[in-house]
Design a binder for this molecule. Structure first.
Ligand SMILES: Cc1ncc(C[n+]2csc(CCOP(=O)(O)OP(=O)(O)O)c2C)c(N)n1
Length: 566
């Protein structure tokens, strides 16, 4: 079907609408101006959120995607606009977040001439995108955009970059929409999968100490219900990685908690003791495995992932299953018998009783100043009777405390930068999540270091009329996680980790956001309640003890059995 003549820029807008896009995050500039010019005509249907930095636009697209499961879209101009997106693209790549990044490029005739604001963004993003395109012909846009979305959301999701020259945006053509979509390209051999699933079912049937390791892939596959059903049917305890948090309620009897560098002692011990470990949509990050060769030494390992390149990449896999984790779990529900794991569950329970998880943060001195765990206790109290909350964390100690201490209950309620560990992620990602989930209150939990990397996006919250973002700064006056390592492993040489900042409450007020400062534990609950009640965004600056540490900790490069708890 041939449509009326359209500019490339108009085609881009229409192609986004055809993909169901309703909001995009970006900043205009010379090479992308034709697109912004066209966007004006579509402003009723395509909401554009003007961020303060392209990195913020990229993280906002990620937050939108992580909260909703849909593809997040960000836009930037050529050169510095495009390179400012790189951190967010890398972040989306590491965490398997579906994203389409659209960048303007200098006109075709100028390509390769070091033209003003020219940068080879497709070259730069090759290793951090699933695919990328340089579009020089407007007629190819319907196909390219359709492919880009399909690639971004299929298999293991991830970022796709579409770089469009200025002349391609300006050119007028009659778009041919039927050229658009490609067939999905997840190639899996069904027979091999069936065979591997049957072998794994046999293995599980004979297991005495089976364990499920659930990663973010379970949430992305929308397989939380299947996981719960299978775990309950087969009575197998479940360990959840950082990205798996929320896959089942933390208070479920089969939910053990988080493994790894800052995982709980009993969880890491259980991994070292188990005889069959089934990894579901997790990529065996080194923060989970510690020294990979010593990970789960007694176990046969079953590795399920939609992406064949993940299988056996880090940790040996005795059985690899390439497939959708939801279908695999459904298959096992029918083929794996109910197991008698009472002895094993008692063993794990005894371990948990011996190494009581939160005990490491028990208050040792009565007059202690505000401690980080006081903040998380107060947040838990506020969260207890409501389901309309999600938390976006930044990177550092507060990220680990949040993962350890908050009572997570639902998938997609925990959003964090796990793979890249990108400081500055939380506030802009929360902006995206707030638009994707307007019915929720989005709590940002960040450190004073990461907050200072992207706090200018507070202006975006205001300009866009976002009201459901509440910010908790866990302010210890340090780049805390690095300081902790210096304390524990580098003889307290606090080399360049002491950090000052402005008065965050007043800074928030300057942006038009309600600001409060809390210095005493007893004031934390009221400040959180007040922020929540306030009809608009709010910030609470929690001035916590500067040298509080995250425990347990597995020193880098050690086996996960080698934990320090103080
Ligand atoms: C962009 C970026 N730069 C540097 C780091 C290294 N890094 C990891 S944690 C951390 C300290 C974070 O400090 P803060 O944001 O104050 O949080 P805290 O650890 O105190 O909770 C740093 C510098 C990083 N992860 N990301």
């Amino acid at each position: 079907m041939t449509s009326p003549q359209r500019t490339g820029a108009q085609i881009l807008c229409e192609a986004l609408l055809r993909e169901g896009v309703d909001v995009i995050f970006g900043i205009p500039g010379g090479a992308i101006m034709p697109f912004y010019h066209a966007l004006w005509e579509y402003r009723d249907r395509l909401r554009h959120v003007l961020c303060r930095h392209e990195q913020g636009a990229g993280h906002a697209a990620e937050g939108y995607a992580r909260a909703s499961g849909r593809v997040g879209v960000c836009v930037a101009t050529s050169g510095p606009g495009a390179t400012n997106l790189v951190t967010a693209i890398a972040d989306a790549w590491m965490d398997g977040t579906p994203m389409v990044a659209i960048t303007g490029q200098v006109s075709s005739a100028l390509l390769g001439t070091d033209a003003f604001q020219e940068v080879d963004i497709t070259g730069i993003t090759v290793p951090i995108t699933k695919h990328n395109y340089l579009v020089r012909d407007a007629a190819t846009l319907p196909r390219v955009i359709a492919e880009a979305f399909q690639i971004a959301r299929s298999g293991r999701p991830g970022p796709v970059l579409v770089d469009v020259t200025k002349d391609a945006q300006q050119a007028t053509v009659a778009p041919r929409w039927e050229d658009a979509p490609l067939a999905a390209t997840v190639r899996t051999d069904a027979a091999a999968r069936e065979e591997a699933m049957a072998a794994a079912a046999d293995l599980l049937a004979g297991a005495r100490r089976p364990l499920l390791l659930a990663g973010g892939g379970v949430i992305q596959a929308g397989a939380s219900a299947e996981l719960l059903a299978f775990a309950e049917h087969a009575s197998i305890p479940v360990v959840t990685t950082l990205h798996g948090i929320g896959v089942l309620p933390e208070n479920h009897p089969l939910a053990l908690g988080m493994p790894g560098m800052h995982g709980w002692v009993h969880v890491n011990r259980a991994i070292q003791m188990c005889d069959v470990l089934v990894s579901l949509g997790s990529r065996f990050d080194d923060r989970v495995t510690g020294k990979a060769a010593h990970f789960a030494p007694r176990a046969r390992i079953v590795h399920v992932d939609v992406d064949p390149t993940q299988i056996g990449k880090v940790v040996r896999a005795d059985i690899g299953i390439v497939g959708d984790v939801r279908e695999v779990l459904r298959g096992w529900l029918a083929s794996v018998p109910a197991l008698d794991t009472r002895v094993w569950r008692d063993e794990v329970r005894a371990l948990a009783a011996e190494h009581r998880p939160r005990q490491v943060y028990a208050r040792r001195v009565r007059t202690a100043p505000l401690m980080p765990h006081d903040v998380f206790d107060a947040l838990n109290d506020a969260f207890r009777d409501r389901d309309d909350w999600r938390v976006v964390t930044d990177v550092g100690q507060h990220q680990m405390w949040a993962a350890q201490l908050l009572d997570w209950r639902t998938p997609r309620s925990h959003i964090t930068s796990g793979g890249a560990g990108t400081m500055g992620f939380a506030l802009p990602a929360a902006l995206g999540a707030a638009l994707a989930a307007p019915e929720s209150t989005i709590w940002v939990v960040c450190g004073d270091g990461g907050f200072q990397m992207t706090n200018q996006e507070m202006a975006t919250l205001l300009q866009e009329g976002v009201r459901n973002v509440k910010i908790a700064v866990v302010n210890n006056g340090y780049l805390g996680m690095v300081r902790q390592w210096q304390e524990l492993f580098e003889q307290r040489r606090y080399s360049n980790t002491r950090l000052s900042g402005p008065d965050f409450a007043r800074l928030a007020e300057a942006y038009g956001i309600r600001g409060r400062t809390v210095t005493r534990a007893e004031d934390a609950p009221a400040a959180i309640a007040d922020a929540w009640r306030h009809d608009g965004c709010a910030l609470v600056d929690f001035r916590v003890e500067g040298e509080a540490n995250v425990f347990p900790i597995v020193p880098a490069g050690r086996a996960i059995g080698e934990m320090r708890v103080s």
